[in-house]
Ligand binder design. Structure first.
Ligand code: HPA
Length: 234
């Protein structure tokens, strides 16, 4: 048992998919995994373990924002021996060439978060994706005919960011803004584990365009398939 994950050790697979929304974890368990069992209901942050193409895989909600993800991923790494953590989430596009529904495989994650300052003080860590996961996801996307781009994201602490930090990130080549990946990559570095974020573009921050509900469903399914196919290929 962990503080926020009420499951015995061994209940979580070595490879875990991490959607922010716990109901998306349930959706994946019900629609993609065989024999999925729920191992966590604490605070409604659902977690399931099942198999995909014979490989044991878990899917765990993380909540929104780096502090929430930090709690769950820390416990997955420290108490459940998780080796591979793949975030699946949404982001707002800022890049000129990034379109709605594109999938961004985030090779790096910038951040404005105080979490970075607390850990590193005046030093500036570069939260980066694991190369094996990144390479595997990239080749899997080509294989599956799912269009993906590899680009940096930025993890913001504020969804309603009236400082418009995204304009700075865009100038430096960031393609999408979300709220979790920098802490995921930093925890993976701290614990010596593999991590990757696969993000669908749900909106465009520069233009205000948003995906329709139907477009979201289709592109989410592609992202889930891509993450699962990555998980079984490593
Ligand atoms: N900002 C931050 N996080 C997000 C966004 C956004 O515009 N869209 C999806 N996740």
């Amino acid at each position: 048992m962990s503080t926020h994950i009420g499951a015995p050790s061994g209940a979580v697979a070595e490879t875990v998919l991490l959607p922010g929304d716990p109901l998306r974890a349930k959706f994946i368990a019900e629609n993609f995994l065989d024999g999925a069992e729920c191992y966590n209901e604490v605070r409604g942050m659902l977690g399931f373990t099942g198999t995909y193409k014979g490989r044991r895989i878990s899917v765990q909600g993380t909540g929104m924002g780096q502090p929430s993800l930090s709690i769950y991923v820390h416990e997955l790494f420290s108490d459940y021996g998780v080796m591979n953590a793949i975030r699946i989430g949404t982001c707002g596009a800022v890049g000129e060439s990034t379109r709605l529904r594109d999938i961004i495989i985030a090779n790096a994650a910038c951040s404005d978060s105080s979490l970075q300052n607390q850990r590193f003080g005046g030093l500036h860590f570069a939260p980066s994706a694991d190369f094996l996961l990144l390479d595997t996801a990239w080749h899997a996307s080509a294989n599956l005919g799912i269009k993906a781009v590899v680009a940096p994201c930025a993890s913001s602490d504020r969804f309603y960011d009236d400082n418009q930090n995204w304009k700075v990130w865009r100038k430096y080549g960031v393609a999408g803004i979300e709220m979790e990946s920098a802490e995921l990559y930093t925890l993976a570095a701290e614990f010596g584990r593999r991590a990757l974020s696969v993000l669908t573009v749900s909106d465009n921050i520069a233009t205000g365009e948003e995906c329709s509900a139907e477009e979201r469903q289709t592109s989410f399914r592609d992202m889930m398939r891509l993450a699962l196919e990555t998980a079984v290929r490593i």
